[in-house]
Design a protein. Structure first.
Length: 318
């Protein structure tokens, strides 16, 4: 069924067109026509082939690898929409790149999460819709509304339906405890935490497990799996502590460098991820299960456009 309000326009940049098409299908609309190309020196060129004058426009773009190209592409797209007299420009970022540098951990460090927020605002965006930001405080880096969607309800639904035997939810570090507790509450399961310590530079991390995992089905949860070093080490530690089966899940499958080799070698039954970042061909594995965030993002867009509350989308579905 087609969405009845023609003032809602949905466009996709190049990072995740499959997800954008699925979001459009959920809403009941078509993706807008846009021509993207590069000049011979690599500069990005964008031409809008549909009128957006007076429209509320939603642009889907994950700033995943190649992050710099996708970020600049998004900024050029927002500028094009602004100059084409769009009424509002809503940036839908299933994955927000550069988010891990959210504070000065050492002297003379940049805060790239804030820099990206400044760039998006300066380009002309009126709103950002993001999923599972690496740090909650990134919402405060913007002076425009930020709607923060959570991946835990999607992951929780999946594991709830599996009816795992004696599950325990495991946070791979102290920083992920809030996320892990949400999943544990959904599954009505206990929580365990892995305490990572590096005795000295260059020495392998020592992992102490806080909580009982012996004889249980462990579910490791993180927002991002990048090189998978932490997840692989955590899975080995859980196995040594007597965990019966080990699952891993995350919202954003960055999966860079040796990630897939490490995950394949780790004692993990299944790695559950979402499609905020499209998997490259080399990352397909019998261990990997992909869940779609399209219904969640599509519902959020409709609710924002119709000025309805988003709060129920933050709750577990089970």
């Amino acid at each position: 069924m087609a969405y009845s309000d023609p003032t809602l326009k949905l466009f996709s940049c190049s990072s995740n067109p499959v997800l954008a098409k699925a979001i459009a299908g959920y809403i009941g609309t078509e993706l807008g026509n846009v021509a993207m190309s590069k000049f011979s020196d690599g500069e990005i060129h964008i031409r809008l082939d549909d009128s957006v004058r007076g429209s509320d426009v939603y642009v889907v773009q994950s700033t995943s690898a190649p992050v710099n190209d996708h970020l600049i592409e998004l900024l050029v797209m927002v500028d094009a929409l602004k100059r084409a007299s769009a009424k509002t420009i809503n940036v839908v970022m299933p994955y927000y790149g550069y988010a891990r540098q959210d504070r000065k951990a050492r002297s003379r460090d940049p805060i790239t999460a804030k820099l990206v927020a400044n760039l998006i605002e300066t380009a002309g965006a009126h709103r950002v819709i993001a999923m599972d930001l690496h740090a909650m405080q990134i919402q405060g880096f913007f002076d425009i509304p930020v709607d923060h969607l959570l991946g835990v309800p999607i992951l929780g639904d999946y594991f709830y339906e599996k009816s795992l035997d004696s599950p325990v939810v495991v946070s791979p570090d102290h920083g992920g405890v809030v996320r892990a507790r949400r999943l544990a509450d959904t599954l009505q399961a206990p929580l365990a935490i892995i305490d990572k310590r590096r005795p000295e530079p260059g020495v392998v991390e020592v992992m102490n497990i806080i909580g009982d995992v012996s004889g249980r089905t462990a579910i490791l949860i993180d927002d991002i799996i990048d090189t998978a070093g932490t997840i692989a080490l955590a899975a080995n530690a859980l196995k040594e502590a007597g965990a019966k089966e080990i699952y891993a899940c995350c919202t954003h499958p960055v999966l860079s460098g040796p990630a897939m080799e490490r995950l394949e070698a780790a004692p993990i039954v299944e790695i559950v991820v979402t499609d905020t970042i499209p998997l490259r061909h080399s990352e397909y594995s019998s261990k990997v299960k992909v869940l779609s965030v399209a219904p969640l993002i599509g519902e959020a867009i409709v609710r924002i456009h119709e000025k309805q509350s988003l709060s129920k989308l933050f709750e577990p579905h089970v």
